[in-house]
Design a protein around this ligand. Structure first.
Ligand SMILES: [Zn+2]
Length: 324
């Protein structure tokens, strides 16, 4: 089964060109040739600006991809990213390309944090893990990633064991650096603040989250709701592989399901084949099969409800705020 990936912004170009053409035609009809020329000039200006911006972006991409992939980056990915390790060779090469494009185009800002190459790679690897199966996907809805030195509360004060991350509907993602490192360090517990927050952006429709991945067809959305309604009570009873953090909110349900899909993939496939199949079709990736292929001889255990050593206050959950 094939699932349509989230829409790419080429539609915006087509819409802009069409709108410009309509304006020119109307001006020609009502104001004659001089009006049409004036409208043409007005319509052409924003298109020219966008074209220049697009050309600049294309040149930056080409420059980044023309260089060999840095060996120390490859070593960092091998050390940190379990998904990178499980990929077939061809997809691993695409992962490296997507990661470079992401780093060229996306703004990562430290707030009291030095943004090292390692941190930039962990952020990019979080996003690229999700979008690897969609070659044209550009994370257009993402404007900036802010890295915080610690957990934070709802007033953005540090040192409170409350939020490990946030995804805002205007495209800003906040990630706590310790939580991000912890997410990559333990790769089988269905907890990953990076996957979680970027998954929220896949769910973004205009300016709100609705718990249905963008690009789902109607039948797939219906199946997703059925799966969710079946799974949420199990999560509330602590019987699910998915973290109970997503048991009461459709938006959080999607994010924790994505965490489980990309971490203990074989356990999710065994526990809920229908959910696994739907997510595999959506992401156009099959991490459980890749774990089979690399010859893991044990079922990677998920430990979603156990506190983690070294984590203050036990398990900490990422969170998002959907209001402006
Ligand atoms: Zn969330």
């Amino acid at each position: 089964m094939r699932t349509t990936p989230p829409p790419v912004p080429r539609i915006a170009w087509a819409g802009l060109s069409l709108a410009g053409g309509i304006v020119v035609c109307l001006a020609g009809l009502f104001a004659g040739l001089p009006g049409a020329f004036a409208a043409l000039a007005l319509a052409a200006a924003p298109i020219a600006i966008l074209w220049r911006r697009s050309a600049r972006r294309w040149r930056a991409r080409r420059a980044a991809l023309n260089l060999p992939f840095p060996e120390d980056w490859r070593r960092l990915l091998r050390d940190w990213s379990d998904h990178y390790l499980r990929l077939p060779d061809a997809l691993r090469a695409r992962f490296e390309d997507d990661l470079r494009i992401f780093l060229v185009e996306k703004q990562i800002t430290g707030v009291g944090v030095e943004v090292t190459d390692e941190l930039r790679l962990l952020v990019a690897a979080s996003a690229v893990t999700l979008s690897l199966g969609w070659p044209e996907y550009e994370w257009e809805q993402l404007h900036e990633i802010l890295l915080y030195p610690d957990e934070f509360d709802r007033d953005y004060e540090f040192g409170f064991d409350d939020l490990a991350g946030q995804a805002h509907p205007w495209g800003t993602i906040i990630l706590s650096v310790p939580a991000l490192r912890e997410s990559f360090r333990v790769s089988d517990d269905a907890y990953h603040v990076g996957f979680h927050e970027f998954a929220h952006l896949l769910d973004l429709e205009q300016t709100h989250f609705d718990g249905i991945p963008a690009g789902f067809e109607e039948t797939q959305a219906r199946r997703w709701v059925e799966i969710r309604e079946r799974e949420m009570p199990r999560m509330q009873r602590g019987e699910s592989l998915l973290d109970e953090y997503g048991a009461h909110d459709p938006v959080e349900f999607l994010a924790v399901a994505v965490e489980a899909f990309f971490e203990p993939a074989r356990a999710l496939r065994r526990a809920d084949p229908e959910m696994y199949e739907l997510l595999a079709a959506y992401f156009q990736q099959d991490p459980a099969a890749w774990d089979d292929a690399r010859g893991l001889t044990f079922e990677r255990p998920a430990r979603p409800h156990l506190p983690r050593p070294g984590v203050r206050g036990g398990r900490r959950r990422p969170h998002f705020r959907s209001t402006v």
